[in-house]
Design a protein around this ligand. Structure first.
Ligand code: PRP
Ligand code: ZN
Length: 292
């Protein structure tokens, strides 16, 4: 690692893998300008005193804890497994996965209790052990570095405890999940001293504000529609946003245009209900950024 430049904030993100692309997109959404070509280790932001470090995700929690970097974007699963002493600033809404215990389909085991005395291979030995202990099960934990899914077929283990995202890895190896140990997503974490110290805290707060702007904008859509004036009360009831919608008269005196910000998660349901109460020409737009 190059010697730290004390004037530049450091953010670690995953070099390659599940979170890499989303992490880059998020930082760009927050207004950071940087290059990612040639798989470089460090990339310098053009418009901020910030250096980005592209690392193995497994190393990120400890690097943040130890102050090698000030901030990190990493799966909460890894933060928990390392029991890293970091401050979690925000969940990021991507990199969703679960840590699960799975057994071969042909196995007689269908319940965690049946793992008593058996072997469980995992790259998450601490969380796996804690989970089994809480269930009163004593099993032999076999810590390994990767490709956990092949260990039952090699007779290295009777069960595995591994991350599941789409479930395709389990399916491809004829493994069946029998328990969920943890639900995870990507989080932004900070070194405690950086977060509380004078040098960085202002800049970290600025980044958190921008992050919230991006996350909020993602969670919402801008909707424009036409409707009979008489339908305004029902339309407002469906939209029921934090703010009053904008209502604009149209050339046809019986009609109005309504503009509003709505929550994306209810977005299809809302569209259908709006149509049902008389809305037409419904346009839905992505909000790029939002400052409330
Ligand atoms: C995890 C896990 C599985 C795979 C599951 O590894 O170890 O191999 O993802 O995903 P699926 O349910 O979509 O098939 P990951 O790619 O995160 O790599 P890493 O744990 O080695 O960083
Ligand atoms: Zn990894």
């Amino acid at each position: 690692m190059t010697k730290r430049d004390a004037t530049r904030l450091r953010i670690a993100l995953q070099k390659e893998g599940r979170l890499a692309e989303w992490s880059v997109e998020l930082l760009r959404g927050m207004g950071l300008e940087f290059e990612t070509y040639k798989r470089r280790l460090i990339s310098r932001c053009r418009n901020f005193d910030i250096d980005l470090l592209f690392l193995r995700d497994d190393d990120i929690p400890e690097y943040v804890q130890d102050g090698v970097v000030d901030l990190g974007i990493v799966g909460n699963n890894l933060v928990q497994e390392c029991a890293a002493e970091v401050e979690t600033l925000a969940p990021l809404g991507f990199g969703y996965c679960t840590l699960q215990i799975a057994v071969p389909e042909a196995s007689a085991v269908r319940d965690v209790k049946q793992l008593q005395g058996l072997r469980v291979a995992t790259t998450y030995p601490k969380m796996c052990a804690r989970f089994l202990q809480a269930k009163g099960v004593t099993a032999e934990i076999i810590p390994i570095m990767g490709s956990v899914e092949i260990t039952p077929s090699l007779d290295v283990a009777d069960a595995i405890c591994d991350l599941v995202s789409t479930g395709s890895t389990l399916e491809m190896h004829n493994l069946l999940s029998i328990a969920t140990v943890m639900e995870s997503e990507a989080v932004l974490v900070a070194n405690r001293a950086s977060r509380s110290g004078k040098a960085w805290n202002g800049r970290i707060t600025q980044l958190i504000d921008r992050l919230h702007g991006v996350l909020q904008a993602r969670a919402k859509k801008y909707v424009m529609l036409n409707a009979p004036s008489a339908a305004i009360p029902e339309i407002r009831a469906v939209i029921s946003g934090r703010k009053s919608p904008t209502i604009v008269p149209l050339a046809d005196p019986a009609m109005v245009a309504v503009h509003a910000v709505v929550e994306e998660d209810l977005f299809w349901e809302k569209m259908e209900r709006l149509k049902a109460v008389g809305a037409s020409d419904i346009l839905v737009m992505t909000i790029e950024k939002m400052i409330a």
